[in-house]
Design a protein around this ligand. Structure first.
Ligand SMILES: Cc1cc2nc3c(=O)[nH]c(=O)nc-3n(C[C@H](O)[C@H](O)[C@H](O)COP(=O)(O)O)c2cc1C
Length: 144
């Protein structure tokens, strides 16, 4: 059974709705899932999972500060220890687009996580179609 970790931040709830849908899809595919707000996530969570999924809103054309804070705290404990672990990204944005996920890719590449599947983005509140894509993302990561 795959052990999945979902780390997300959300201020007004849009990315959180996506995180819950990713969780739902992964649980339906029989994964064991740890769903964590970034402020509560630790390096041990990342070391202990089979695959990780990050969710971040676009704040100032970048990942949310709390997600960056997670990378800052976890870096020395995880670098060279998570090589090739699969990861995926999702998140909500305004009219600016998906720069938060692009910035997240750089950090994931830096610690040598391996991208497993395309990003799922949402313009503000996720539509039913976007939530379905989030569930599919969770299912896919559970089946790697
Ligand atoms: C502080 C702040 C900065 C933001 N900056 C951007 C931005 O640069 N580009 C963009 O497309 N949306 C921006 N937004 C809009 C959010 O990405 C959008 O409202 C998103 O749905 C918020 O997700 P959340 O509910 O998970 O926090 C910003 C919102 C906030 C609160």
């Amino acid at each position: 059974m795959a052990k999945l970790l979902i780390i997300y931040h959300s201020q007004s709830g849009n990315t959180e709705k996506m995180a819950k849908a990713v969780n739902e899809g992964a649980v339906a595919a029989k994964a064991t899932v740890s769903l964590k707000k970034a402020a509560e996530a630790t390096s041990d969570d990342l070391l202990g999972c089979d695959a990780v999924i990050f969710g971040s809103p676009n704040y100032f054309n970048y990942m949310a500060g709390m997600i960056k804070d997670f990378f800052d705290r976890a870096f020395f404990a995880v670098v060279d220890k998570v090589n090739d672990k699969p990861y995926a990204l999702f998140g909500s944005h305004g009219t600016g687009g998906e720069q938060a996920l692009e910035s997240l890719d750089k950090y994931c590449e830096r610690i040598q996580l391996k991208k497993a599947t395309p990003n799922v983005g949402s313009l503000r509140e996720p539509s039913p179609e976007v939530l379905e894509k989030c569930k599919e993302l969770g299912r896919k990561m559970a089946q790697l």
